[in-house]
Ligand binder design. Structure first.
Ligand code: 4AZ
Length: 356
């Protein structure tokens, strides 16, 4: 560091020497040291008292206009370069994220299966476990005259899969809308419905072939909180006793109130032989159906959950649609688990109708 009181700015050192030689002046100077010429004041007030202010008047050292121009140009180029780079970086990372969403299915952002184990004690019936927006990005609410009727699952930008019985006496697409987001009101996104395809073999009041496809009038652009689930291959098998998650806005108890926030619960897949036992569903479970829940009861889907997803993650934590909420003897009763449409059975049918 330079001693501020006694230093002479380099620009003045020569001039100061000459002055001393010419005048015999032996005084020291006591002005403030300024590191660069621009900062020198021109009123001389800071000059040492013994010196002739005229001598110490600052020589004009304005940078040339060329230097200023060059400096401005360089700064602008550097700024533009930095800006372009950050925009590019942002775009690339967004594009990568979005194209990943387009290419991949069944992704849940920043969520692990640990949360699944946590929710085992919670249920749709019982209403203890509310989901947050983005938790189940494929979940849709199907609404007739703007009233929630059924759940549905996003399988592409324009197609939902749901249950045939949801459209039993309400087949006009114009009256149906689909909403997305964890809350029924307000929803994050709303779409009108263009087409409803009910399975040709579905016959009310039977529960067999309980599957329908819903085509949206306008595509849904995938985001981290709204995107498609994975569909299993027709040959894919899901071992019994594994955990799966059901989600929906259905009743919190049998014939009970319905929530505004999406509910989630973990259930276990039950093998069809067990489910067909006399004390359970006594042979009513067809190859198009799949049971899930607990024989002891307590956790189940319920009225209004119909058409919604039963999903399970694979080893890469990509979530697959195993079942569609279909029917059951009331909700959460012992020996009466939920019955779901078996999606693997209908995988080729889905392709035949949608090309998915
Ligand atoms: C229904 O009525 C319904 N406990 C859905 C699921 C179950 C029962 C009834 C399963 O939409």
């Amino acid at each position: 560091m330079v001693d501020c009181k006694h230093a002479i700015h380099p620009a003045y050192q020569e001039e100061h020497q000459a002055h001393k030689q010419n005048t015999g002046d032996t005084s020291t100077i006591g002005y403030k040291y300024e590191p660069e010429p621009f900062a020198f004041r021109r009123d001389n007030s800071w000059l040492g008292v013994v010196l002739d202010p005229k001598i110490w008047r600052r020589k004009e050292q304005k940078p040339s206009s060329m230097t200023v121009l060059l400096f401005c140009f360089q700064s602008t180029v550097l700024l533009l370069l930095l800006l372009t780079m950050s925009v590019l970086l942002l775009r690339t990372s967004r594009a990568l994220g979005l194209s990943a969403l387009q290419r991949f299915c069944g992704l849940r952002q920043n969520r692990s299966v640990k949360s699944m184990a946590k929710s085992t004690s919670l249920r749709i019936v019982g209403g203890l476990s509310s989901a947050e927006t983005g938790d189940w990005p494929w979940q849709a609410s199907l609404q007739y005259n703007n009233i929630h009727r059924c759940g549905a699952t996003l399988i592409s930008n324009t197609w939902l899969v749901s249950a045939a019985h949801c459209f039993r006496d309400m087949k006009h697409p114009q009256k149906w809308t689909a909403t997305f987001g964890a809350l029924l009101k307000p929803p994050s996104l709303k779409r009108s419905v263009k087409t409803i395809i009910i399975h040709e073999e579905y016959r009310y009041p039977e529960h067999d072939y309980d599957i329908a496809l819903v085509q949206l009038s306008q595509r849904v652009e995938f985001t981290s909180s709204i995107h498609r689930v994975c569909l299993p291959e027709p040959s894919q098998t899901f071992p019994y006793n594994i955990h799966a998650v059901i989600t929906g806005w259905g009743a919190l108890t049998n014939d009970g109130p319905t929530p505004n926030a999406l509910q989630e619960a973990t259930v276990k897949l039950i093998d069809s032989n067990t489910c067909n036992r006399e004390e359970v569903y006594d042979g009513d479970i067809t190859p198009r159906m799949l049971c899930a829940g607990y024989l002891e009861g307590g956790v189940d889907a319920c009225q209004g959950d119909s058409g919604g997803p039963l999903v399970t993650p694979d080893a890469r934590l990509m979530w697959y649609l195993v079942g569609i909420v279909s029917w059951g003897d009331e909700c959460a009763k012992p020996n009466k688990p939920g019955v779901y449409t078996r999606v693997t059975y209908f995988r080729d049918w889905i392709t035949s109708k949608t090309d998915i």
